[in-house]
Design a protein around this ligand. Structure first.
Ligand SMILES: [Fe+2]
Ligand SMILES: [Fe+2]
Length: 188
């Protein structure tokens, strides 16, 4: 499917704010791909589609994930909005014709990261966090600098701040986020 068709479909699936965020992630991911010698087209597709399942209601996310036989962790069962990565990858393939496994993995893991991410996975994970239409989070200037200068440090920094933020809230944390952080902390 070409970009125009993807845009046409995506616009009907997510609200305007999320659509603008998605195009922001597309462009930041493309810029990072250029700087890091990754495939720019793949980065654009993954960035554009990463939140394509986010428009479903919380309940729909759980029901659809079950219907499509996607693996659901205990944490995701309690927090079905976290399923939008896995569901997004499912729809990217089923509805937008994306076959590339690296793109599908980048969409699947954009919320939590995972140990040993590919370059494209890291780019989407970071671009989602730093794109300029999003609410600016703690340390954002430093994190944006790291994105273009030390990508692993950038991943670790985002995971650290995400964990700190979640711990300050209700304390519930997806195991994958913690695993990712431990992995990138050890590497750093
Ligand atoms: Fe997302
Ligand atoms: Fe996003």
């Amino acid at each position: 499917m070409n970009r125009d068709k993807m845009i046409e479909r995506l616009r009907t699936k997510i609200n305007e704010k999320r659509f603008i965020h998605s195009v922001g992630v597309e462009y930041i991911a493309a810029s990072m791909a250029m700087a890091l010698n990754e495939d720019v087209e793949k980065a654009r597709v993954a960035g554009l589609l990463h939140d394509c399942a986010k428009g479903l209601s919380t309940k729909e996310k759980l029901v659809k994930a079950q219907n499509h036989n996607l693996p659901i962790s205990d944490y995701e069962r309690k927090n079905p909005d976290m399923l939008h990565g896995k569901l997004g990858a499912y729809y990217a393939k089923a509805k937008y014709g994306v076959e590339d496994e690296d793109i599908l993995n980048a969409i699947t893991y954009h919320t939590t990261g995972r140990p040993e991410m590919s370059l494209l996975e890291k780019i989407i994970f970071i671009a989602d966090y730093i794109e300029p239409n999003r609410k600016e989070l703690k340390d954002i200037a430093q994190i944006r600098y790291e994105a273009f200068h030390d990508i692993d440090k950038c991943v670790e920094h985002i995971l650290k701040n995400t964990l700190d933020y979640l711990e300050a809230g209700d304390g519930e944390i997806d195991e994958m986020t913690r695993l990712s952080y431990e992995y990138y902390k050890k590497r750093g």
